[in-house]
Design a binder for this molecule. Structure first.
Ligand SMILES: Cc1cc2nc3c(=O)[nH]c(=O)nc-3n(C[C@H](O)[C@H](O)[C@H](O)COP(=O)(O)O)c2cc1C
Length: 406
């Protein structure tokens, strides 16, 4: 009954929004001028606990801030007189051609941000021709994503569970559902200490506390959306309920070693990508057991605070394993110019997390599409301003200065 009423209210508000034309909210999402603007809209639209879950990071959030600001320390070296009327922004990653130098990294709990969730994100990615990775802690199953027809050959991100039989089953399900690459995330032996989540009491599924109800009054559109559709649940986790950290610590296996990576190598015939290794020695070990690519990532600052900056590691890692592995990178990307900087400095591709989630929170599928359209337009414009007609021509067009110690 509540769902029926919520659906009716949602339809009515949708009609009013349409009627307002360019003054309507959806139209404003479509006109957002930057990801910073979409983030601002997301902050107003979503309850504080949900916004903070996406926006926040671990401990003092030093890694989050330094990842974001690292992109500002890139200097571009443009060329002129190069006829940039046409530019080709495409890249080849893991043997597949993608239209942009950025892809959508795995993020958990996606339907919490907006119930259109993973399917809306995957559809927007496919529409643009970029990869999308479904998370182990997704709110849509691999089979549901495949059946939706939103995207062909998505990537699947795996956290290894304590129960190896269940991990194997999950990997097999992803393979049967047509997933192309397997991303194994290694930087979560235990959950990072995310203070905003602890303070906000974020729980999955959401719990109706007095403060949640008060928050609801401030963010009615999020609640109407939540009440008008299927409840948010973990799609593949057998263990439901609790805070994000609690669930991760209960399910994920802190005893994982290189042998487990070798075991997975035997299970998965397609490309294997490892995400979250931040030491040259570790990357060398992973290359030796046949891992195809590494994502230099500190999980957007959400795990070990004050961990190495992916951008600082890029050159040394390329020098060490660049001939044996593809090297991708993520963290703090908030514009297409950041993505161009990443590939100009040698990354095969740059992944984004929060950037598309801000869009999703701000306006569901319309918001994700806007986020991706902004990233693509910024990528193209930056390449034209640089005088680069292709990603290969970006080589040498950017330099990065690690920060001096204060
Ligand atoms: C809300 C949220 C949920 C995430 N969930 C996962 C996850 O389930 N698996 C994973 O490997 N990484 C996860 N990440 C990390 C992202 O894949 C990526 O490393 C990070 O977001 C990059 O930084 P950025 O958000 O600044 O782009 C998550 C990130 C966010 C913001």
């Amino acid at each position: 009954m509540i769902r029926d009423a919520a659906e009716r209210v949602q339809r009515l508000l949708g009609a009013v929004d349409d009627g307002l034309g360019s003054f309507g909210y959806t139209s404003r999402v479509r006109r957002a001028a930057s990801l910073v603007e979409l983030r601002r809209m997301a902050r107003i639209r979503a309850p504080k606990a949900v916004f903070d879950y996406v926006d926040g990071a671990a401990e003092r959030e030093v890694s989050l801030r330094s990842s974001r600001s690292s992109w500002d320390r890139v200097e571009f070296h443009p060329r002129v007189l190069r006829d940039v009327a046409e530019v080709d922004t495409s890249v080849t990653v893991l043997g597949r051609r993608y239209s942009q130098p950025f892809g959508l990294g795995p993020t958990g709990f996606t339907r919490l941000m907006h119930t259109e969730g993973e399917i809306a994100v995957a559809r927007a990615a496919a529409g643009l021709g970029v990869p999308y990775a479904l998370s182990t802690v997704g709110t849509t199953t691999p089979e549901e994503l495949a059946a939706s027809g939103a995207i062909t050959e998505p990537w699947f991100q795996l956290y290894l569970w304590r129960d190896r039989g269940a991990s194997r089953e999950l990997v097999e399900r992803a393979r049967e559902a047509g997933f192309y690459a397997l991303i194994l995330t290694l930087d979560m032996p235990v959950a990072g200490n995310r203070l905003r989540d602890a303070r906000n009491g974020l729980a999955i599924p959401p719990v109706a506390t007095w403060s949640a109800l008060a928050e609801g009054a401030l963010h009615p559109m999020w609640w109407i959306d939540a009440l008008a559709s299927d409840p948010v649940r973990f799609a593949t986790l057998s263990s439901q309920g609790g805070g994000a950290a609690e669930i991760a610590n209960r399910m994920f296996d802190p005893s994982i070693t290189l042998e487990d990576v070798e075991w997975l190598r035997g299970l998965w015939a397609g490309p294997i990508v490892v995400k979250g290794a931040l030491g040259i020695d570790d990357v060398e070990l992973l290359a030796a057991v046949g891992v195809d690519a590494v994502v230099l990532s500190n999980h957007g600052g959400r795990q070990l605070d004050r961990s190495p900056l992916p951008l600082s590691l890029l050159r040394p890692v390329l020098d060490a394993v660049g001939d044996r592995m593809e090297v991708l990178l993520d963290g703090g990307v908030m514009s297409g110019a950041d993505a161009v900087a990443g590939v100009a400095l040698g990354a095969r591709m740059v992944l984004v997390g929060r950037a598309y989630l801000y869009g999703l929170m701000a306006g569901g599928s319309v918001g994700v599409e806007r986020a991706l359209a902004l990233l693509a337009a910024e990528t193209r414009r930056t390449m034209q301003l640089l005088g680069a007609r292709s990603v290969a021509e970006l080589e040498g067009m950017a330099s990065f200065e690690p920060a001096a110690l204060p």
